[in-house]
Structure formats: C-alpha cells, structure tokens
Design a protein around this ligand. Structure first.
Ligand code: SF4
Length: 184
C-alpha cells in the first residue's frame, strides 16, 4: 500500500496523543522509530506500539532531530499523515488480474498495487470470519471475484463458505492450472 521512498509526512497532530507530547509538528517527516527505518504502515504499526519511543523526524528545511517519549496505555500515537503513493507490486503472476483487463481501460485499473492483511495487525487468524470480512472490505471485490489460495483445508473451506473461489494449495504444479481454469 505504501511507497518505500515516500516517508510519513505529518498532516495533523492530535493534542491528546503521544505525537503532540513529543512535539511533532505538521510538515515534519517521520523517518525512523527506535532506529528502525519506516518503510510502510507495518513498520509504523510495529514500532510505534513500543513502550519507549525514539523518533527521528526531518523538518521541511531538511534538518533532522530525534525526540524520545514513553507510550502510555490507551494513549494513541495521535498523528495523521498525508496521503501517500500506492506501493507497486513487483511480482509477475501469470494470472494477474491486471493482465486480464481489455484494452482501453482507465489507467488506474492497470496499477498493480500491493496490499496486505496481516493477522498480527488485525488480531484475528484464519479461519475466523472477521479476517475474511476485512479482506472483502479492503479489496472492494464481490465474493466471487476473490481468488483465495491457502494450504490449510479449514481456511479454504471458510473462504469457499463465503462464496470465494478457492484453491487448496499443495504445489505450484497443481495450483497454476487450477488458477488458469478459474480465471478463464
Ligand atoms: S498484483 Fe497480485 S496477481 Fe498481480 S502480479 Fe502482483 S501479486 Fe500477482
């Protein structure tokens, strides 16, 4: 979802959050937390949940500074970030949906954007229905438009029960022909 070369630029600060307590200001760019460079939202979610935070930011004039603070239970980080460019997928799947579009579709439909739903971030694991709901909401797809591969039968059954197209993956040799068949 997020471009690697596109740091988090602060758009707004919640006065009751940690960012305000640390003195972070709109226009500054968040570069790293606890010396971990922030490449995407996952890095930010993981690092900003630490109890002790050392945050490196860059001001619009290019100067950098570090601020430190302690996260208190129930207090959010409290910063909004400017919209960022979608991270592009660099895979080249033969069944990629982008390659299935007819000629002449609008450019946005040709973007292979990279998105993900991580169970550790959502707090639920497959085959819990909540994580399937999240995928449906995030993708914006109808159930039959989702193609789901998983190597556990119970996870595949849960997807199939929602109307997803499913494949129980055991090997690429078996899965690839099935994928071709499903999208043909
Ligand atoms: S967008 Fe999805 S299907 Fe297309 S190449 Fe990337 S991972 Fe494969």
């Amino acid at each position: 979802m997020i471009g690697l070369s596109d740091p988090f630029t602060i758009a707004g600060v919640d006065p009751s959050g940690l960012a305000a307590k640390l003195g972070l200001r709109p226009g500054e760019r968040l570069l790293a937390i606890n010396d971990v460079l922030l490449h995407d939202e996952i890095d930010f979610a993981a690092q900003s949940s630490e109890e002790l935070l050392r945050v490196r930011v860059r001001a619009p004039n290019g100067t950098e500074r570090e601020v430190e603070g302690r996260r208190e239970y129930g207090i959010p980080f409290g910063a909004e970030f400017e919209a960022r460019q979608p991270k592009r997928c660099h895979n080249n799947c033969v069944f990629c949906f982008v390659y299935q579009h007819p000629k002449g579709v609008r450019r946005e439909l040709l973007i292979k954007d990279d998105d993900y739903v991580f169970s550790f971030e959502q707090g639920v694991l497959k085959p819990h229905e909540r994580i399937y709901q999240i995928v449906e909401q995030r993708s914006g797809c109808r159930e039959r438009e989702i193609l789901f591969l998983d190597d556990k039968a119970e996870n595949v059954e849960a997807g199939a029960g929602r109307g997803w197209q499913t494949i129980c993956h055991t090997s690429p040799e078996k899965s690839i022909p099935l994928v071709r068949e499903l999208i043909s």
